[in-house]
Write a protein that binds this ligand. Structure first.
Ligand code: XMP
Length: 486
């Protein structure tokens, strides 16, 4: 047995000392940060893979705001794949189901369709949706009086540049410019029209800052997986559906089976971005990074709905856990980013987590009251609230059991729920409206925090931050006091 020297600290135990600052405006600072070694987010925040926090709606809003949502894994593979597909379809370079017209339609009909849908052109298709041509307002406007049908006025297919569905915005931009085009029909391998890319779409995707998007302009999304052979198949299906990040998430991530799973994923999917966790020590972070993880999720028991520390006696106060994990990685010469997961109650905690070395943070309960979180609000004692539950709570275990019964009978993780020892609770949180508003407040606080720290970006804050341990009197002084709040 050993007793570690020093104290374990968490967010409320410390403050950051203000530093001389050359930041003149909050807009002078850059809050972007690496989620993994390859993916950088404009907003360094993830919504937690909890079944009361992140399904596709939350993931869409998170990515639109510049962060990312991680879909929870307590559903069948098919359900989770459908959720990924919904996020990937929510926005993109390509307009799906573009307006079409038949070649033998009258010119007047094409004009009417363009007016009705307020578009400048229509794709001309045959009965099997195969590309026949393209007709634009200009074609109609300039067509002589004897031209009656779309076929006579359109540009025929053999004069059109079309692209496949996997075209990137840079490729589309180059083609549109090279051929001086307005529109690119998107056709699949069989020649059927599946979409349309316009020059306006290309510009919109490139300018839609700060949304988190892939090279095809689609929103980024993460998806959680567990450990085991069945979960390797889940990972494969999720990647095929377009998931940008796999989050291997188990309660005690510093375990042989988690390390082996990271190695298996790395071997099977060398290009995939893999997050692994949760751990709370330097050794835990290092072992997962050495196994091939692209980011490490840190946090054992800091979450608002967690009771792991009470039930098991294990855990590390979150600020120390972040510092230890980042130090462990640094000392091993590993550039793997850390995600601080759990316990964030305010934008001040977000600033402290990043200053302590985390590159991004994951948030659960603070987002559970939002419109986009699964479940409807209810009225409790005259207040609108939503439910949040720990993924190791009894309610979640029962829910999981029935989802598994509906889905895959070979579930490796099935437990007898009457034997479950919960490590989380179920609770209610105030209804909080749209998640974009909370993110706006968090990012505003982070920008101010950087300015107090004299830092222009998160990396600079990490280099120069100076924490001061405070007493309970300091904690009391930090909150509003000696006034009656209204
Ligand atoms: P916050 O504080 O943002 O924390 O609500 C979210 C994180 O809490 C973790 N989590 C749990 N931890 N028992 C635990 O010990 C649980 O039942 C549980 N459910 C979620 C998880 O890491 C999440 O991201």
């Amino acid at each position: 047995m050993i007793v570690r020297p020093g104290k374990g600290l968490t967010f409320d135990d410390v403050l950051l000392a203000p530093r001389r600052s050359s930041v003149r405006s909050r807009s002078d600072v850059d809050v972007s940060s690496f989620l993994t070694s390859k993916l950088r987010l404009a907003v360094p925040i993830l919504s937690a893979n909890m079944d009361t926090v992140t399904e596709w709606r939350m993931a869409v809003s998170m990515a639109r705001a510049g962060g990312i949502g991680v879909l929870h894994r307590f559903m069948t593979v098919e359900q989770q794949v459908r959720q990924v597909a919904k996020v990937k379809r929510a926005q993109g370079l390509m307009v799906e189901n573009p307006y079409t017209v038949a070649a033998d339609a009258a010119i007047a009909e094409a004009r009417e369709l363009m007016d009705q849908h307020d578009v400048g052109g229509l794709i001309v298709v045959d009965d099997n949706m195969r590309l026949v041509g393209l007709i634009t307002r200009r074609d109609i406007l300039l067509a002589p009086d004897n031209i009656q049908t779309v076929m006579q006025a359109m540009t025929p297919a053999d004069h059109i540049v079309s692209v496949g569905p996997s075209v990137t915005s840079a490729e589309a931009r180059a083609l549109l410019y090279e051929h001086r085009l307005e529109k690119l029909p998107v056709v699949d391998r069989d020649g059927a029209v599946v979409g349309l890319i316009t020059s306006r779409d290309v510009v919109r995707v490139e300018r839609r800052s700060p949304a988190s998007v892939d090279e095809r302009g689609r929103l980024l999304v993460g998806a959680a997986i567990g450990v085991g052979a069945r979960e390797v198949k889940r990972a494969e299906a999720l990647l095929e559906a377009g998931a940008d990040v796999l989050v291997l998430d188990i309660a005690h991530g510093h375990a042989d089976h988690c390390i082996e799973m990271v190695q298996t994923l790395r071997r099977n999917f060398p290009e995939a971005q893999i997050v692994a966790g949760n751990v709370a020590t330097a050794e835990g972070a290092r072992d997962l990074a050495e196994a091939g993880a692209d980011a490490i999720k840190v946090g054992i028991g800091p979450g608002s709905i967690c009771t792991t520390r009470i039930v098991t006696g294990f855990g590390v106060p979150q600020l120390t856990a972040i510092m230890d994990a980042t130090r462990g990685l640094r000392e091993a010469g590993l550039p793997t980013p850390v995600i601080a997961d759990g316990g964030i109650k305010s934008s001040g905690d977000l600033v402290k987590a990043l200053a302590a070395g985390a590159s991004t943070v994951m948030i659960g309960s603070m987002f559970a009251g939002c419109d986009e979180a699964p479940g409807a609000p209810v009225i409790r004692d005259g207040q609108k609230v939503k439910v949040v539950r720990g993924m190791a709570s009894l309610g979640a275990a029962i829910g999981r059991r029935s989802a598994e019964r509906d889905g895959d009978e070979s579930a490796e993780e099935q437990e007898d729920w009457d034997k479950v020892v919960p490590e989380g609770v179920e609770a209610v949180v105030p209804y909080r409206g749209e998640v974009a508003e909370i993110l706006h407040q968090l990012v505003g606080g982070l920008r101010s925090g950087l300015s107090y720290g004299g830092a222009h970006c998160i990396e600079e804050l990490q280099r120069t931050a100076e924490f001061i341990e405070i007493t309970s009197a300091g904690v009391r002084e930090s909150r509003s006091h000696d006034v009656h709040r209204i």
